[in-house]
Design a protein around this ligand. Structure first.
Ligand code: ZN
Length: 347
């Protein structure tokens, strides 16, 4: 007797992924700026970009490393100026997330990428918060906003940013650390993270993406993060691998980002199966989807296909994303049940 029917076709796999309720925990709102919106906002705001058409922008999306991507990313964000721009940017992502069955989105924004070009912190956060509220009310997407410090700027700038954020304390759940990793270790930000934690912010940080395992040690020991963003180089260090696995510190991995930035190529080297086998808590995320060729479901789909992940693996990854999020326990239980129901439906 045949007990188990597994998906076999592209259609079934995509459908299953689409139906799974998921949390997205590693998403930069500025990284959701699609070429169409970039050009439209640049025109509206009189910002000069070196592109004349959407094709021109797309041609520029061939990166050789993190820095070549960041150069384009910061150029793109210069087209965003007023509160409506930030609202439009964020709401477009929430709509996309909702269409992909993302039930919880914990999104990063980079205040310094805007304040350093003369945009007020309040303009940015007000636009994003308004979009988050509307997404919760109208799209059934629960949102947590995390502000990231740019690690290639001095700690004093991060401290200034934290000060500016305090009057919006209730709108922001946590602090993160992103931008150029190499040469900017977590230890550089020990003081500002301590202050942020004292103010009640949760702490996360990009670490071990292009930087060594040592940076992940620093993020855990000095910044006391509760989640690691990326974390691939953890696997270079057996003691750290053991610690992350024993302490169940979640990892927000981003398959298409790692591929497009040439951190992990080809995609069949993406270590998520290894992480699962080692008892770690990896999650799947899209990072900067407008630049890396896919939103959340495309990330799930690509690795499922290449690594031949089973339906059970995919359900586990969806559950881990929910488990690693900062929503209330009862909501986690509700979403876990929906994952189980979705999984049962395919048999
Ligand atoms: Zn990132």
């Amino acid at each position: 007797m045949k007990y188990v029917k597994m998906y076999k076709t592209k259609f079934d796999l995509l459908e299953f992924i689409s139906k799974l309720p998921k949390a997205e925990l590693h998403l930069h709102l500025e990284g959701t700026l699609e070429p169409e919106m970039m050009l439209e906002k640049a025109k509206k705001n009189g910002v000069k970009l070196p592109y004349n058409s959407i094709e021109d922008v797309k041609k520029a999306y061939r990166f050789k490393d993190l820095q070549s991507f960041l150069d384009l990313y910061y150029l793109g964000v210069s087209s965003l100026v007023d509160e409506d721009d930030f609202f439009d940017l964020a709401y477009a992502y929430f709509k996309k997330a909702s269409s992909q069955n993302v039930k919880r989105a914990e999104v990063f924004f980079d205040p310094q990428a805007h304040t350093r070009r003369g945009i007020d912190f309040s303009t940015v956060i007000k636009g994003i918060y308004k979009a988050a509220k509307k997404a919760e009310d109208e799209l059934n997407v629960s949102v947590g906003i995390i502000m990231s410090f740019l690690r290639d700027m001095p700690e004093s700038s991060a401290e200034e940013t934290l000060e500016q954020a305090l009057q919006y304390r209730k709108w922001i759940i946590g602090v993160g650390l992103d931008s150029k990793e190499l040469g900017n270790p977590p230890s550089k930000f020990e003081r500002v993270f301590k202050r942020a934690r004292e103010e009640g912010f949760i702490a996360v940080a990009h670490a071990g993406e292009e930087g060594p395992a040592e940076y992940v040690w620093e993020a855990i020991k000095l910044l006391k993060v509760s989640r690691i963003d990326h974390g691939y180089h953890i696997l270079d260090d057996p003691t750290l691998t053991e610690k992350v696995s024993q302490e169940k510190i979640p990892l927000t991995t981003c398959p298409l980002s790692a591929l497009k930035l040439n951190h992990i190529t080809p995609l069949d080297k993406f270590p998520i199966k290894t992480m699962l086998k080692l008892g770690m808590i990896p999650t799947v995320n899209s990072d900067d989807p407008a630049y890396f060729g896919g939103y959340l479901n495309e990330n799930y789909y690509q690795i499922a296909k290449v690594l031949k992940l089973s339906a059970s693996d995919l359900a586990t990854l969806a559950k881990y994303s929910i488990m690693a999020s900062y929503i209330q326990y009862d909501k986690k239980v509700d979403l876990f049940n929906i994952v189980d129901e979705t999984y049962c439906e395919i048999f």
